[in-house]
Design a protein around this ligand. Structure first.
Ligand code: DOR
Length: 426
């Protein structure tokens, strides 16, 4: 492949036979014996800047991303302050300049106050769209009731990303927590019905408004069945995290305690298997890591005070390569769900493929690394992962963003990230 001026020029490129025939400025990367993917797109990360940068900031989070072969990121609005207006969006874009290692865009968080303005604001450069929290999670963003969600859906036209858990049921269930409840009970506290009820309500609202939505971090077999039954075509896409595909309850909670606690919860093998199948057969369009760093000290608090969230932007590719080794995913599916899949869901321009004219983003993976994943490899400020010790089936070694190496053999080069562009604002 040849990349010129940051863009893919030719895929079947033959190197000049004599090196002195090569263009003097041409840099040659030898990937023989390696796997090469388009740079990964992670459409769901929480980087904590502004407000909680002791957990992560835009520089440290995006460094973890490029170390894992991710070259495009979409960051969630539940920072402090939350990203709920153009000023907060501009603030994030300004902070990102010269500090983020990946290309990037930021979600606007929906609230009852901004619902009617989102349609105008979602078109702003550097914005990837609107995020709705139907149920409370980390931070205070929440749009719990159908009339307000409907106002959000009727304002604007881009695909809306939705955290689908039912707030009234969450309130009931948290109020009923008894002494002695531990993190092992997390999938029961935020139970299957909590997720299914919200997703059913959301699909009703989509039918009424015809607005496109994207259901984030699907966690139940029942929601997969619901998506298939209702079959709303391109109006509804869905995403899953590697955690819901690779961990199972109750053992993940017994082994990792609150380090396996996230919202919606990791559930038992029946759900995991349905999610794996739905990802492999295309019912679920893409992977989002839901990278949600919290410190080990914060995680040490007693449940339910322990915060929910697992860092994961750096481990997507190693975990999916392990899925290929274990036989439940094909290599071509790995590329689909991490590159062309998310690019299509959100209409990201110039990303997610090696087509001539696309951005020259790629990751070179050494498929022969089969050692256990080491904590020292992790770049996130959180410094931990439930996957430390997992036998790898390959490791990203070189990451290229728009034709420039941004991470190579354990070290970053420059922080050259720029705002993503979307088909809707070209
Ligand atoms: O587990 C989670 N953590 N789920 C979310 O929805 C938010 C995230 C966070 O920001 O910590």
């Amino acid at each position: 492949m040849r990349i010129t001026d940051g863009l893919v020029a030719e895929v079947d490129y033959e190197l000049p036979r004599r090196t002195d025939d090569a263009h003097p400025k041409e840099q040659i990367l030898d990937a023989s014996g390696k796997l090469v993917f388009p740079g990964l797109i992670d459409p769901q990360v929480h980087f904590r800047e502004p407000g909680l940068t002791h957990k992560e900031d835009l520089a440290s989070g995006s460094l973890a991303a490029v170390a894992g072969g991710v070259t495009s990121l979409m960051e969630m609005p539940n920072t402090r302050p939350a990203t709920t207006n153009p000023e907060a969006l501009t603030d994030k874009l300004t902070r990102a300049r010269g500090r983020m290692h990946t290309d990037h865009a930021f979600f606007l968080g929906a609230t009852s106050e901004n619902a009617d303005q989102l349609g105008e604001w979602e078109q702003l450069p550097g914005c990837c769209g609107v995020k709705v929290f139907m149920g409370s999670s980390t931070g205070d963003l929440l749009v719990a009731d159908d009339p307000t969600i409907e106002r959000v859906l009727r304002s604007g036209e881009r695909r809306v990303a939705v955290h689908s858990e039912d707030e009234p049921r969450l309130r009931e269930r948290y109020a009923a927590i008894e002494p002695g409840t531990t993190v092992v009970d997390h999938p029961d506290v935020r139970d299957v019905e909590t997720a299914v009820r919200a997703t059913r309500r959301l699909l009703d609202l989509v039918e009424r408004t015809r607005r496109k939505v994207h259901v984030l971090h699907l966690s139940t077999a029942e929601e997969v069945a619901l998506l298939r039954e209702r079959d709303l075509g391109d109006l509804v896409t869905a995403e899953v995290t590697p955690n819901h595909l690779c961990l199972t309850a109750p053992d993940c909670y017994e082994r990792f305690g609150a380090h396996a606690q996230m919202n919606p919860p990791v559930r038992d093998a029946r759900h995991r298997d349905a999610l794996r199948e739905a990802l492999a057969n295309g019912t679920i369009a893409c992977i989002g890591s839901d990278h949600a760093p919290h410190t080990a000290e914060e995680k040490a608090q007693t449940y339910p005070a322990s915060p929910a969230g697992i860092p994961g932007v750096q481990t997507i590719l190693p975990l999916l390569l392990t899925a290929v080794r274990d036989g439940w995913l094909q290599l071509t599916d790995v590329a689909r769900v991490t590159t062309s899949g998310p690019a299509a869901v959100y209409g990201i321009a110039g990303k997610g493929s090696f087509e001539p004219g696309a951005d020259g983003d790629l990751v070179i993976v050494d498929p022969d690394v089969d050692s256990p994943l080491e904590a020292e490899w992790l770049q996130s400020r959180a410094g931990w992962s439930p996957y430390v010790g997992v036998e790898l089936a390959g490791l990203p070694i070189t990451t290229v963003l728009r034709g420039s190496i941004v991470f190579n053999n354990g070290a970053p080069t420059a922080a050259a990230g720029e705002p993503l562009r979307f088909d809707c604002n070209r």
